[in-house]
Design a protein around this ligand. Structure first.
Ligand code: 9MR
Length: 444
């Protein structure tokens, strides 16, 4: 039987399990996310639309977040819609707002296959011309904001899902070396800015994230200025990869920073309380994974309100992907972020947190921690549903049964008591194939 102490330290190692109620008494709703993040040495950000930065939208963006990313304002089609004619108005506005609110700015993005102006994409260019266009673009934009941008997503989405290079204007015209060149030009224009490569579907350990890993490793070895990896994290409800923290850690171990750059968790509409509870668990586990790795410096949500999200327009029937609803009310996901950053629940009660502490080809070890605040338990039962075919094989510090997809665990004879302000954990082994999403645990 594994001791409780060992289980807890493994949880901290692998997945960013969150201990609820660990911080001194404070109400999550009362402590802005940016203050919770700062206390953990982290930055919490949001993508924003410049024209909306007034009223409630502006109040929340300014008070809750310590970093802003322009959602579209710094993309090539926005800043240079006609060759040689520049429009910096929205980008300038966002940078000014950030400075007025003591916020960082993540510049997004310099080299991408999408949202380029038609004069560029429809033109016929020799590779020398293309190279000089790209160099000018990077020097002009990075130079304009020199000293004002904490980090640039220099190269966006360079890979296919299988880890091969995406066929783009840049790759086809300049070869894979466009990435090293872009980083080098950006560094020359603002030596203080942290330079990132940013991509999606690189959250877990997979072919695409491994290609990114290998690229960063080779860039570092060649002395190319690469400072960070951006993991976008456009996720689907209940599908946070179990290897997220492990993946963040392997990038950190290469000697680069990591940022979660575009977090959202979409669900089939309409939202309901079950889906919102799962979404809370998903936001919480992503933020906790970042919080657990020293070099994971920033978690940015891709729009903080459902009123300002790309999801419904791109995935018909899906939405509700952000931490605030369309009327700017915080959703359970907001409290998931707060809890992962050490905020305490504002309500009295007991809660269970599920985490995968290690995972291998066919199996994994998990842990559930039950914590109480303002109340206590003399016995407990924790239940959840395995929606992806996981099968429990063994449990310790609890009696667990699985019937179909339904798992129920009750306390052992010696750990039914969860004191006010205390917690109890139990562990288990299970098998999995395909995916291993984190379920929501119900106490009762
Ligand atoms: O949020 C952006 C949305 O307003 C644009 O219409 C869209 C166009 O592709 O781009 C969105 O942001 C993307 C980001 O720049 C890069 N990663 C994927 C994001 C969602 O599409």
């Amino acid at each position: 039987m594994r001791s409780l102490r060992t289980g807890l330290s493994l949880a901290a190692l692998f997945t960013g399990a969150v201990m609820l109620f660990a911080a001194p008494a404070a109400h999550a709703a009362d402590t802005p996310l940016r203050d919770l993040a700062a206390a953990k040495g982290k930055v919490i950000g949001t993508a924003v639309t410049g024209s909306k930065l007034t009223g409630t939208y502006g109040d929340i963006a300014g008070s809750q977040f310590s970093s802003l990313t322009p959602g579209n304002a710094m993309k090539w089609e926005t800043v240079e819609p006609t060759q040689g004619s520049f429009n910096w108005s929205e980008a300038d506005q966002i940078v000014a707002f950030a400075q007025a609110h003591n916020q960082q700015v993540r510049g997004h993005t310099l080299v991408w296959h999408s949202q380029n102006p038609s004069w560029l994409t429809n033109g016929t260019w020799t590779s020398a011309q293309l190279s000089s266009l790209l160099q000018n673009h990077i020097s002009t934009e990075v130079g304009r904001y020199k000293g004002e941008i904490t980090a640039w997503d220099v190269v966006n989405e360079p890979f296919n899902e299988d880890g091969s290079y995406r066929s783009t204007l840049w790759y086809n015209g300049l070869g894979a070396n466009y990435i090293a060149q872009a980083l080098t030009w950006a560094h020359a224009a603002d030596p203080a800015a942290k330079l990132y490569i940013n991509d999606y579907n690189v959250e877990g350990v997979n072919a695409k994230s491994t290609a990114l890993y290998n690229l960063v490793k080779s860039l570092k070895a060649a002395g190319v200025p690469i400072d960070g990896v951006g993991i976008q994290a456009h996720l689907v409800l209940g599908q946070v990869p179990a290897t997220l923290q492990q993946n963040i850690q392997r990038f950190a171990d290469l000697g680069v920073d990591v940022a979660i750059t575009e977090l959202d968790v979409r669900m089939a509409l309409p939202a309901d309380s079950t889906k919102l509870a799962q979404q809370k668990a998903d936001f919480k586990s992503v933020v906790a994974a970042c919080a657990a790795v020293t070099r994971c410096v920033n978690v940015t949500v891709w729009g903080f309100t459902d009123a300002d999200s790309w999801v419904p327009g791109t995935f018909p029937g899906y939405g509700a992907a952000t931490p605030y609803d369309e009327n700017y009310a915080p959703k359970p996901a907001y409290y998931g972020i707060a809890e992962a950053l050490g905020g305490t629940q504002s309500t009295t009660g007991c809660a269970a947190t599920y985490s995968v502490t290690s995972q291998w080809n066919t199996g994994f070890t998990g842990q559930v921690t039950i914590a109480c605040s303002g109340t206590a338990l003399s016995s407990w039962r924790a239940s959840w549903t395995y929606g992806a075919g996981q099968q429990l094989t063994q449990a310790w510090n609890a009696t667990c049964t699985q019937s179909g997809t339904a798992v129920t665990c009750t306390n052992a004879t010696y750990n039914g008591t969860v004191p006010d302000g205390g917690s109890v954990s139990f562990g288990f082994n299970a098998s999995w194939t395909g995916s291993n999403p984190v379920p929501v645990v119900t106490l009762g």
